[in-house]
Structures are given as C-alpha cells and as structure tokens.
Design a binder for this molecule. Sequence first.
Ligand SMILES: Cc1cc2nc3c(=O)[nH]c(=O)nc-3n(C[C@H](O)[C@H](O)[C@H](O)COP(=O)(O)OP(=O)(O)OC[C@H]3O[C@@H](n4cnc5c(N)ncnc54)[C@H](O)[C@@H]3O)c2cc1C
Length: 262
Amino acid sequence: MVGADGVQSNVRRLVFGDDTRFRRDLGLSVSVFSLPNFLDLDRTGLLYGVPGKTASIYSARGNREAIAMLFFTASPGAGDRYGGVKPGREIVADVFGGEAWYVPRLLQEMWQAMDFYFDTASQVHMDRWSDGRVVLIGDAGYAGGPGGNGTGGAVVAAYILAGELAAAGGDYGTAFARYERLLRHYVAASQKQAASAANFLAPATWKKIHQRNRFFKLLPYLPIQGLIRKLENRTASAIKLPEYLVPPALNAADSTAAIEPL
Ligand SMILES: Cc1cc2nc3c(=O)[nH]c(=O)nc-3n(C[C@H](O)[C@H](O)[C@H](O)COP(=O)(O)OP(=O)(O)OC[C@H]3O[C@@H](n4cnc5c(N)ncnc54)[C@H](O)[C@@H]3O)c2cc1C
C-alpha cells in the first residue's frame, strides 16, 4: 500500500501514529486562489508587504487569469488551532482586513474563488518511510513546503519506487529499503532549501521587506538570475536516476511482466 496522500496524510497517521513527531511547522500560513486578471498583468506579478504579511498577485494561464498568494507568519502549532475552529477564508480575512493596496479587492475575490487553498506550511521528517507493506511517498513522507522541490521530487520518487518494486519481483521489503536509500539525500537537500522560505515569503521586519523587494527589483539586471536557476536546478537534479530495463512486453495488457535493474 502506497500512502501518496500529501502533507496531511491519513495513511501516515494510521500507520505511524502520533503526527506531532513528524510535522515541523514552518511558522508560515499560506492561502492561494485564482481570480480574474483585473490588473491586466502581462506575465508578471506584484507584491505588497508589511511585517509578517505578504499579499501577491501574478498573471497565469497566458494572462487569462491571475493567482493571489497571501502569506503570513504564524506561530508553531497555529495549524492545529485553526483546524476545525475557523474556516480558512475567515482567518485570512481577519489577518489581512484593514490592509491597503489591492488587498481589499483580493479578499473580495477570495470569497468567490472555487479553488481556495489554505494551510500552515510544514515539513514532514521521518526516520523511515515504510512499515511492513505500507510505504509513504511525496509530501506524505517528506514534505518540504513552499520553496522546495516537492512536485518534481514526488515524480522522481514515484519513478524510483515503481522501478524498485518491479525490480524486486515482489520482495517489497527490499524495494522499500532501496527506494529510501536512493532518495534520502535528495529529499534532505530539498527540505533544507525550503526551511527558510518564511523569511523570504513573509519577512518579519521592514528592513527585511526592503531587502527582499530590492532583490526582486534588481533581479532582471543581475547575472545572479542564472545563479538562482542553477541553484534550483542543482537541487532538482541532485540524483542519479537508476535506469530500469522495461521489457517490450510490459504494457497495460501484460502487467505481470518483470522489470530487471540494468
Ligand atoms: C503554497 C505552496 C507552494 C508550493 N510551491 C511549489 C513549487 O513552486 N514547486 C514545487 O516543486 N513544489 C511546491 N510546493 C510543494 C508541492 O505542492 C508538493 O510537494 C507536492 O504537491 C507533493 O505532491 P504529493 O503528490 O506528494 O502530494 P499532494 O499534491 O498534496 O497530493 C496528495 C493528494 O492526495 C489526496 N488525498 C488525501 N487524502 C486522500 C484520501 N483519503 N483519499 C483520496 N485522496 C486523498 C489529496 O486530495 C491530494 O490530491 C508548494 C507547496 C505549497 C503549500
């Protein structure tokens, strides 16, 4: 059984027990939703920040719509307090109510959004990712949070887990151990990259906000652009993917064919 059910994984809770041992709150709450591109943004975005809060809007889907992202710092454990107590939209409206800029319009749009997302950002750290026949993959086992390499990492992990399961010919214990051994380093680098995201996404002081904003303004003119891409790519590609030999016979109609490691 593969638990691929995200950072709030029920499989993790049911199989590995007390979740507080695994979740590390990053001290940041995040809300994301789409809205009309009412500012006619053209492949660009805008930020508004006050200490501990950032509201942003950027164009998406060929400028046909926009995405709003609202970040605010929250003390560890806030996620538990929010959970079930107050709906996310109300929390965001409370936190950002009274702010200037386009925030009132963003809040107005938030109530209409069909894809409203809200959560406190957290990482998942576990000593092992499997127990018996159950294995965790992606955020369920090792979420990094915003700023990491979670999406690509989850796909890489799926490739390796599938390859190792097939190569082990039914010996899932061996497959799970190899999957974990191959991925541990990769996941750790991604989590490290994401751990300080809160400092950047919702800086705590005016000084830090000015530093971040200056960085964004200068970015198009700095050679550092290439460096940032390089750093991102370095984390994303910091793994040598094993090649699994897939016999031509392996297709949907013949799912029992074996895969041998090269
Ligand atoms: C604000 C934010 C920004 C991010 N930005 C980036 C980014 O720019 N780049 C990046 O690489 N990563 C980013 N990430 C991380 C990335 O989103 C995750 O790492 C990635 O989605 C993990 O994929 P997953 O499949 O493991 O989990 P998820 O994408 O969370 O998928 C789990 C799925 O399981 C479903 N599920 C849960 N329980 C059940 C159940 N009982 N039955 C059926 N289905 C269930 C859920 O509905 C969900 O669809 C960001 C994360 C956040 C919070």
